[in-house]
Design a binder for this molecule. Structure first.
Ligand SMILES: CC(C)(COP(=O)(O)OP(=O)(O)OC[C@H]1O[C@@H](n2cnc3c(N)ncnc32)[C@H](O)[C@@H]1OP(=O)(O)O)[C@@H](O)C(=O)NCCC(=O)NCCS
Length: 150
């Protein structure tokens, strides 16, 4: 566990961060986004916004796509040693603030129904569950909970 959390900064990410974001994906997800898919999204998708939390290296990230006035959150992840210290919440708040400044008024996401930690994080930051996509996750057929921030 890392104790000194005071020097973690949240900032907009760019293509230079793709390698470290891909490492976080690998450490945190069963079906990670690859370096190639992240690079393509960062380079070619003008509606994509990425955010990183960093000390001397990137320890967490999140991203959303702006679709008209809606933000579709793709992912949020914090390296295991850095969890439960408010970093996920800071990423979420920063992304929402940035989205608001771009005219994004609401955010939506899908989360595995078993991912209690993530659901709690979203609820704490103003998201509410509104609907289920049955069997959404192809790796294990798990349902997705649809959540909204309005
Ligand atoms: C979900 C995730 C990003 C949370 O990041 P984090 O930096 O630990 O989040 P925070 O420290 O800001 O947590 C804030 C709140 O989330 C909730 N929370 C986070 N992890 C939790 C857990 N394991 N169990 C229960 N609640 C949890 C709590 O409500 C917590 O508030 P509290 O500290 O007042 O209790 C992180 O656990 C992670 O990377 N998980 C793996 C990837 C993932 O599942 N991403 C979500 C995909 S939809």
């Amino acid at each position: 566990m890392v104790n000194n959390m005071k020097d973690i900064a949240i900032r907009l990410a760019d293509i230079q961060d793709a390698r470290e974001i891909a490492e976080i994906e690998k450490s945190c997800f069963r079906v990670p986004w690859t370096y190639e898919s992240l690079t393509r999204d960062l380079k070619e998708n003008s509606s994509a916004r990425y955010f990183v939390a960093e000390t001397d290296r990137v320890v967490g990230y999140m991203s959303f796509w702006k679709v008209v006035d809606e933000g579709q959150i793709n992912n949020i992840a914090v390296l295991p040693d850095y969890r439960n210290r408010g970093i996920g919440g800071r990423l979420l708040d920063f992304a929402i603030e940035t989205g608001n400044s771009m005219g994004v008024n609401s955010f939506t996401l899908e989360v595995r129904s078993s991912n209690i930690g993530a659901v709690k994080l979203y609820e704490k930051h103003g998201f509410e569950a509104d609907g289920i996509r049955r069997g959404y996750y192809q790796d294990n057929g798990e349902d997705a909970l649809i959540m909204w921030y309005k």
